[in-house]
Design a protein around this ligand. Structure first.
Ligand SMILES: [Zn+2]
Length: 299
């Protein structure tokens, strides 16, 4: 039996699915115009564009696990001495944004396809869920190990939440822009709200089965615009007794950088500090790392 509601065929929309008989839930997403908008704010070299595209797909997938309006999910990868010293992406109410801080000269020495370790060295990945309804914050930090950010996120879920998780990301560069797609698959034998997972059975046969199917997804399937996301899910799980598919949020590129926002932040500084920040015209220049825009703040 297949249940479908609000099917998604386009870019920049999430699709939620569940496999009730396997206690599994999933998300699929394909980023197009949103990704181009975010990347075009910077003149990043190819390896940085790729890692940011991967991070944004992961951000959309993880962010879509939030339930309440106003909640936020932040992915932050940080290193000491890595070629990339900081990568930040976040998600709130369907809005995604992100940027990367890196050493261009050292990056150029790494060649066109540097490994995760070459980019970050001994780094770590912090994933933070800020829940609007309760004001609670959950943060987990895992070493940036493995072959990809997606792999590091899988270990976050395993270590911090004891939830078995599979994350796949595919990237495709075209002359008209970059397309990136991804899938997240999770096993929740205790249900969505189950927090008592310390004794979860790690070799659960349901998860073994579902994850083998999930692992068979090809990068090309995740990024091929001719293949809608329902079809991707259907191809993987069509032999399951039941698949529920539901349209998720439309994604946009969002940023909180407004003059009012910066005025608010600057108002918390001591008056003497604010005076020091002013330029010859009496303005404070602030730039947003996410969108590379510069703001002249007149207090
Ligand atoms: Zn901004």
């Amino acid at each position: 039996m297949i249940e479908q509601a609000q099917p998604s065929t386009g870019f920049d929309q999430l699709l939620h699915f569940t496999l009730p008989d396997r206690d599994a839930r999933g998300r699929v997403v394909r980023l197009g115009p949103v990704l181009d908008t975010i990347l075009s704010a910077h003149s990043y070299p190819a390896p940085i564009r790729c890692i940011l595209a991967e991070a944004l797909v992961v951000t959309a997938l993880l962010g879509s696990l939030l339930k309440d309006q106003g909640s936020q999910m932040t992915v932050q990868a940080q290193t000491k001495g890595g070629v990339i010293d900081l990568l930040v992406c976040d998600y709130r109410d369907g809005e995604v944004r992100g940027y990367v801080r890196h050493d261009r000269a050292r990056l150029d020495e790494l060649g066109p396809t540097p490994s995760l370790f070459a980019l970050f060295g001994e780094g770590y990945l912090a994933i933070t869920f800020d829940l609007a309804a309760t004001g609670q914050r959950y943060q987990g930090v895992v070493p940036l190990e493995g072959n990809s950010l997606a792999e590091a996120c899988e270990s976050y879920f395993f270590q911090s939440e004891q939830v078995r998780t599979l994350i796949r990301v595919g990237l495709h560069n075209t002359p008209s822009g970059c397309v990136a797609g991804g899938m997240l698959l999770q096993h929740l034998p205790e249900g969505e709200e189950g927090r008592e997972r310390l004794h979860v059975q790690l070799d659960h046969p349901e998860w073994e089965h579902v994850s083998i199917l999930g692992r068979s997804v090809k990068d090309e399937e995740l990024v091929d615009p001719a293949l809608d996301l329902e079809t991707v899910v259907w191809r993987l799980f069509h032999e399951e007794p039941e698949i529920r598919i539901e349209g998720g949020p439309i994604l946009t590129r969002g940023c909180r950088c407004t003059i009012t926002h910066y005025q608010d932040i600057l108002s918390r500084f001591a008056p003497a500090d604010r005076e020091d920040m002013k330029n010859d015209d009496g303005l404070i220049i602030v730039d947003c790392a996410f969108c590379s825009r510069e703001f002249e703040i007149d207090l």
